[in-house]
Design a protein around this ligand. Structure first.
Ligand SMILES: [Zn+2]
Length: 191
């Protein structure tokens, strides 16, 4: 099961069901997240808290290449679940389970909305560009080597084929302009 991130202001529960604990607050009977993280519902105590990712070291992480899958998209950023990757020589272990790509780090030039660039379920290759507050890994997909390596149709979930610079669903006859890598479709994976 994919654990979904919540962001501040997102509704978590009605106060009759769950009282706000760490990382949550109540307003007019509704419980909202006050921090970014994964909501944890305690059925016994009738409490909900938002668990922030564990602190991660700052060193030796920036500029690393990571692989992951888009789990959520928003106007301003996308949430990525990162995966370890086995090569013949070593194992790439991401520094955290989740990372985000901000709208300013998607590609060179202006990007209006992250939802136009990535779809939920797409596989990506990205580079770590920073860590905020020692917890939140920030990724970039700027450059030809970074972006989506495999994408799916938002309507029928089939893998999308590449047609020049755009992606295409042969079934729905729809075109998508997402941020893909140069090697989309036949990605060169580390060995
Ligand atoms: Zn389709």
């Amino acid at each position: 099961m994919i654990e979904l991130f919540v962001t501040p202001g997102e509704k978590l529960a009605e106060v009759e069901e769950f009282m706000p604990s760490d990382g949550a607050y109540e307003s007019e009977g509704i419980v909202y997240a006050s921090s970014i993280g994964v909501p944890k519902y305690d059925e016994m105590e009738h409490e909900v808290r938002v668990e922030s990712p564990k602190r991660i070291p700052r060193f030796n992480v920036v500029n690393s290449i990571v692989y992951g899958r888009i789990t959520q998209t928003f106007d301003q950023y996308a949430v990525v679940e990162l995966f370890p990757y086995n090569t013949r020589r070593f194992r790439l272990i991401p520094p955290s389970k989740y990372a985000t790509i901000h709208v300013s780090n998607v590609r060179k030039g202006f990007v209006e909305n992250v939802r136009n660039e990535f779809g939920v379920g797409d596989w990506i290759r990205a580079k770590i560009v920073g860590i905020q507050k020692r917890r939140f890994v920030q990724l970039s997909t700027e450059g030809a080597n970074y972006g989506i390596i495999k994408a799916y149709c938002s309507v029928c979930r089939r893998p999308l084929s590449r047609r020049g610079a755009v992606l295409y669903c042969p079934r729905c006859k729809r075109e998508y302009r997402r941020k893909i890598t140069m090697d989309y479709g036949q990605p060169k994976l580390p060995r």
